[in-house]
Design a protein around this ligand. Structure first.
Ligand code: PEP
Ligand code: MN
Length: 319
């Protein structure tokens, strides 16, 4: 984030510096100016304007948080790619997925065992069995696993099998689940709700942080707008803004964010350009046969191709 403070709006880091202020500025070329700005911003005004998401705010903690998942650092400056199928469908399918995304350079494996489906008649996931297959695929590939947990009662079971617990978009404001995850021993991937404002999203993160779990990663996965040509509207300006507002890592899910296989690569590159710390990408050994979200899933070859274009860009964006 730029530390430039132009015009009248102070950047979050500058406001913090002012709050901690009245240290005399060193005598030098602009020493007098620095002292003036410290005097001009009384602490009481800054506290009154403090954001409601206190622990998540960069005003409280200017330095970026790094969340470590099974040895993979998220938020440390290197793009982290989590990839795998929407749903775990069979032992063979998830093992094959892990092998292929690992070969392409993914850092983590994803796969749903408990699926939040809009229709109760759609595939709901294979539950405990799928968790066991996921853990096996993780051991074989060496990739840490992220998977969704739908209810507070399942948190212990899912935490026993996965390295990171995903709160799905539909559950972002499930406060019973958030409170339970605040005491879980695993990092949490908190997706943005389809109709949630950025403030609501950060306040959901605040439930986790204030409840005792500092290992929180945010995930933008598209919001509901008037537009129907894409499944959701991927709010990439929101990602850039959230990176300024919070010290937590922010990743982007271009699969649910677009709903279209052909948009996953350009949306991924755009996410990197706006400063995303990572990507969550759906990859299926055979998308045409997927039991959920096949139309937005890449096949392993497409994923490998995308990976080759992503990493150089991630470095360029941070240069
Ligand atoms: C998923 O990751 O497969 C999923 C259901 O995502 P979301 O909660 O963003 O819809
Ligand atoms: Mn999905």
């Amino acid at each position: 984030m730029s530390s430039r403070a132009c015009g009248t709006e102070a950047t979050p880091s500058r406001r913090l510096a002012e709050r901690q202020a009245p240290r005399p500025a060193p005598a030098g070329r602009d020493g007098g100016q620095a002292r003036r700005s410290a005097v001009a911003a009384p602490a009481v005004v800054l506290v009154k304007n403090a954001p409601p998401f206190r622990m998540a705010s960069r005003e409280l903690q200017p330095e970026s948080t790094i969340v470590t998942v099974g040895g993979v650092e998220i938020g440390a400056g290197r793009l982290v790619v989590m990839a795998g199928p929407c749903s775990v469908e069979s032992r063979q399918q998830i093992r094959e997925s892990a092998r292929r995304v690992n070969a392409a350079g993914a850092d983590m494996l994803r796969g749903g065992a408990y699926k939040p489906r809009t229709s109760p008649y759609d595939f709901q996931g294979l539950g405990r069995k799928a968790l066991e297959w996921l853990a096996e695929a993780s051991r074989e590939s060496g990739l840490p696993v992220v998977t969704e947990v739908l209810s507070p009662e399942d948190v212990d079971l899912v935490a026993d099998h996965a390295d990171m617990l995903q709160v799905g978009a539909r559950n972002m404001q499930n406060y019973a689940l958030l409170r339970r995850l605040a005491t879980a021993p695993k990092p949490v991937l908190l997706k943005r709700g389809p109709s949630a404002t950025i403030q609501e999203w950060l306040l959901a993160a605040e439930y986790l942080l204030s409840g005792g779990n500092p290992q929180v990663v945010l995930c933008e996965r598209g919001i509901r707008t008037f537009e129907t040509a894409t499944r959701n509207t991927l709010d990439l300006a929101g990602v850039a803004l959230v990176k300024q507002l919070t010290h937590l890592p922010v990743i982007v899910d271009p699969s649910h964010g677009t709903g279209k296989r052909g948009l996953v690569a350009p949306a991924s590159r755009a996410a990197v350009a706006v400063g995303a710390d990572g990507l969550l990408i759906e990859v299926h050994p055979c998308p045409e046969r997927a039991l959920s979200d096949g139309e937005q899933s890449l096949d392993p070859g497409e994923f490998a191709e995308l990976m080759q274009t992503l990493r150089p860009r991630a470095f360029a964006a941070r240069a």
